[in-house]
Design a protein around this ligand. Structure first.
Ligand SMILES: C[S@@+](CC[C@H](N)C(=O)[O-])C[C@H]1O[C@@H](n2cnc3c(N)ncnc32)[C@H](O)[C@@H]1O
Length: 314
């Protein structure tokens, strides 16, 4: 059975070193702050993937080999701003598909629906609020046309290597033999560029991480005082890991009523908040193979910073 927020917080804050799952970043406020991150000049990822969506959409469609109606199922669609460009390219060519954006945040889906209705009035759309796999299970049961599954925005980078394999394997199990999977990977590159993307001068990334403490205070009756914590992140060019932390500026105990516990922090003690892993092209192909997929093609942006990589179910 899936663990509750309270159980995961208790487990993470009792561990040594402490950690919190990055999936809890995305309450409605977290999704809003993530939109701000995507608009930051340092956060090159958005423009790179936008470039692929704008300029390589028809090549990606060609590589799927689809020639009848299909679904484009997007896992964790967010505001769909980049995907909109991809869809527009297909609509211009009268390609027949239904777009199925899935997101756990209702606010994200509401914004997406509004944007799509305004910009692409002819789009066939079946938006879904909920967990990726629960919704995918339902769609699978009803539909018998092929699916192009999108997992964009370097979401995969939030998973440790072995979890990334598990996640892709899980997707594989939910897919039919004709389905295709397109995954967005941020590539290893100039380490200063990567470091700056996760350590912005305006402190937006720090706010994004601190919001998880606010969420614990609100939903689990915690007593984190945000002024006594700060944010730190670093990039390791040897293995591609960007790791983000919140650390305590003082020695203190934090009480969280819903867990019926308090948690001790030494001065400077860290909570590991997020992994944002960068991949090599070989690493992407190996990951796909480990999860049972056949690699088809990498679609890079014009700077060669980012890849949307296509796989077929093996
Ligand atoms: C990093 S954002 C990426 C958004 C978009 N794909 C992009 O590239 O701009 C991740 C999105 O996934 C959603 N999400 C996270 N975990 C989810 C889950 N288990 N099921 C559905 N959506 C999820 C979040 O609400 C958020 O909108």
């Amino acid at each position: 059975m899936e663990k509750t927020f309270a159980q995961e917080v208790e487990e993470g804050l009792s561990a040594s070193p402490k950690f919190l799952s990055s999936k809890y970043h995305y309450d409605d406020e977290g999704s809003r702050i993530f939109q701000e991150i995507m608009a930051m000049p340092e956060y090159y990822l958005t423009n790179c993937e936008l470039d692929i969506m704008k300029n390589r959409a028809l090549e990606i469609y060609g590589a799927t080999g689809f020639n009848t109606h299909f679904n484009i199922i997007e896992l964790g669609a967010g505001d769909g701003a980049k995907t909109k460009e991809f869809l527009q390219n297909l609509l211009v060519e009268n390609i027949d598909f239904t777009y199925v954006p899935i997101d756990i945040s209702k606010e994200a889906i509401d914004i997406l629906v509004k944007t799509m209705n305004q910009s692409l009035p002819n789009l066939k759309m079946n938006p879904q609020v909920g967990d990726y796999f629960e919704v995918m299970g339902k769609i699978e049961a009803k539909e018998n046309c092929p699916n192009l599954v999108l997992f964009l925005g370097s979401n995969i980078g939030n998973f440790k290597s072995e979890w990334a394999v598990d996640l892709l394997q899980h997707m594989n199990e939910h897919m039919q033999s004709a389905d295709k999977l397109l995954v967005g990977f941020d590539l290893m590159k100039n380490p200063n560029l990567i470091r700056n993307a996760y350590n912005d001068s305006q402190g937006i990334t720090a706010r994004f991480n601190m919001n998880v403490l606010t969420r614990i205070n609100r939903e689990l009756s915690g007593d984190f005082n945000l002024d006594t914590f700060d944010f730190y992140s670093f990039y390791n060019p040897e293995n591609g890991d960007v790791k983000s932390y919140i650390y305590s500026l003082i020695e203190q105990d934090i009480s969280i009523k819903e867990t019926e516990k308090s948690f001790h922090f030494e001065k400077d003690e860290c909570i590991w908040m997020e992994l944002s892993k960068k991949y090599s092209l070989d690493g992407i192909e190996k990951l796909g193979a480990d999860a049972g997929f056949q690699f088809k093609e990498h679609f890079l942006d014009s700077k060669g910073y980012f890849s949307d990589s296509l796989f077929t179910k093996g």
